[in-house]
Design a protein around this ligand. Structure first.
Ligand code: NAP
Length: 513
């Protein structure tokens, strides 16, 4: 495998952070094999350029790492047409053929883990160890759906009439528009595209402006795996062009389905656009996860779970714990142990530094949002036990807040950053009322050793995923999706593929009994 020769200014990135400790100011190189560093769009099996290009920035340094072609509505339309043409033959392939191609794609991701991880780290800021984990997680959906492809069964239903048979057929929906966020630039694509291709759909992917390189590397590997032209299309674009590209992907009559992961606000916008042509829609939207520690909890496990669910990707996951509710009897000990764990385990830095556990936030605006929530909480009486300050442009110190109340901003909106605000409560009813007082419901976590409480609380929490004495839940075998305004439908599991299938009732009549 050849190593790409980028101009030296692009290869060697110096992490210069005003006010940061000297150890953070080091040089790191983005060294990936040439074929994986794609900067053009993939349309109908060809790498194509639009008239303009947009920069991709390393969020740790603000330095440009690549320029990517900036697709507009014309390229989006071409991609939709290509996907529509390809659907005609792709839907005729056997489940086994689709399964084999998906398996090949999975193998290629696994082979190229290191390069794919570097791309994730340099364009999203995620620490390299976590980025490797994301590639493995992303690949696992291709493996899972390569297996699920062969298990799409229809039904033969007992008929009320002797001269008729009732069959329920499962058929692919058609062309799927896939719109994804920057926080999991690899896995949010494979979780959708794996299911869509397994079902027999074709796709047009629009990645986030911040992270097109991971999407294009996945497209390159899809090409290498041998997917026919037009089955997988990727149209990167700048934030300025996103609305016009999004309009094509959500309104074009040739698109049958939209699958979106991102904020609830954007999800609502896309749903409105898709309504006119009654497209099928899957929505994985924002969360505001409660993390409840009851008096009976194993505190060391609770602290371990809190560290994992809060600080992964510097707090930028939709299932990150956002609101910590700790019962009075264990509050002081929990706060002490939490502080010790944060001090021992969290280290800010460039994601490419092997010692880093906390990379930058995606941009300055994201860091500003966390700082604003901290200032708001402090102005309303909370105290900062650890952290609390911005570092450089896009870093934020992991922050522990005590004395938090429900009136504070951090308890009302998703933080998407390394802020751990803790509210003290007295009763289970009180904790549940606070946890459920939200318009969204994606993940929720609680720690308890009381079996009756475990059942009661797991059933009562208004969320799509619940972690009981566990802080990390995601796996391709399980269903991932939210309730309330956290989304529609789910991904992964045996249910994920259904999002890309229609059920057709076939009545076979006129039979001689
Ligand atoms: P976002 O602003 O909604 O962006 C997500 C994607 O939508 C990006 O590709 C964005 O493109 C695109 N987009 C924005 N406006 C659009 C439009 N008018 N038409 C078509 N596409 C449009 O979300 P984000 O801030 O990147 O991601 C964070 C949010 O995602 C959080 O709320 C998080 O909880 C949620 N999330 C949910 C899940 C889940 O599984 N439920 C998983 C991960 C993240 P640009 O990049 O060009 O703006």
């Amino acid at each position: 495998m050849r190593s790409v020769c980028l101009p030296p200014t692009r290869r060697l990135l110096r992490c210069l952070l005003p006010g940061a400790p000297a150890a953070m100011n080091r040089s790191f190189s983005l060294d990936v094999s040439a074929p994986l560093l794609r900067t053009q769009a993939l349309v109908d099996g060809c790498w194509v350029s639009a008239a303009a290009a947009f920069p991709v920035l390393d969020p740790a340094t603000g330095e440009e790492i690549a320029r990517v072609t900036d697709c507009g509505p014309a390229e989006a339309k071409q991609a939709v047409e290509a996907a529509h043409r390809a659907f005609g033959s792709w839907k005729q392939t056997t489940a086994k053929e689709r399964s084999q191609l998906l398996r090949k794609w999975f193998d290629l991701l696994t082979q190229h883990t290191e390069d794919l991880a570097k791309l994730i780290t340099f364009e999203s800021g995620k620490p390299l160890r976590e980025a490797r984990g994301e590639v493995s997680y992303g690949a696992s959906f291709l493996e899972w759906f390569s297996e699920e492809a062969r298990r799409v069964y229809g039904d033969i239903v007992p008929s009320p009439a002797r001269d008729r048979k009732i069959l329920l057929l499962k058929q692919p929906v058609g062309v799927a528009s896939i719109i994804t966020p920057w926080n999991f630039p690899n896995a949010m694509i494979t979780r959708k595209v794996g299911a869509a291709l397994a079902a027999g759909c074709t796709v047009v992917v629009k990645p986030a402006e911040d992270t097109p390189l991971s999407a294009l590397a996945l497209a390159e590997l899809a090409q290498q795996a041998g997917f026919p032209a037009g089955v997988v299309n990727v149209v990167p674009c700048s934030r300025e062009r996103t609305p016009s590209v999004g309009a094509v992907l959500c309104t074009d009559p040739l698109v049958d389905k939209i699958s979106f992961t991102g904020s609830t606000a954007t999800g609502k916008l896309l749903l409105k656009m898709a309504a006119d042509t009654v497209k099928r829609a899957s929505m994985e939207l924002g969360g505001h996860a409660p993390f409840i520690v009851f008096d009976s909890a194993d505190l060391d496990k609770a602290v371990g779970g809190a560290m994992a669910s809060k600080f992964r990707n510097s707090g930028q996951t939709c299932v990150c714990s956002n609101r910590f509710l700790v019962q009075r009897g264990v509050y002081d000990r929990f706060m002490e142990k939490m502080g010790v764990a944060m001090e021992a385990e969290l280290r800010l830095g460039h994601g490419a530094d092997p010692d880093t556990t906390q990379g930058p936030l995606i941009n300055a605006r994201a860091a500003e949002k966390v700082a604003t929530q901290v200032a708001d909480a402090v102005s309303r009486g909370a105290s900062v036990l650890r952290g609390g300050k911005r570092v450089g442009v896009s870093f934020m110190e992991p922050t522990l807040l005590a004395g938090v109340t429900t009136e504070m901003l951090c308890m009302k909106e998703e933080t998407f950053g390394p802020l751990l605000p803790v509210l003290r409560f007295d009763t289970e009813e009180e904790a549940l009322a606070i946890a459920n007082a939200s318009s969204v419901g994606l993940a929720g976590y609680f720690y308890s050793q009381d079996l009756s409480q475990v059942w009661r609380v797991a059933e009562a929490l208004q969320v799509g995923l619940v972690g009981v004495n566990e802080g990390l839940l995601s796996t391709p075998e399980a269903a991932f999706g939210g309730v309330k305004q956290s989304g529609l439908g789910c991904e992964g599991s045996k249910y994920g593929i259904r999002e890309y299938l229609e059920v057709k009732y076939m009545c076979l009549g006129g039979l001689r009994p």
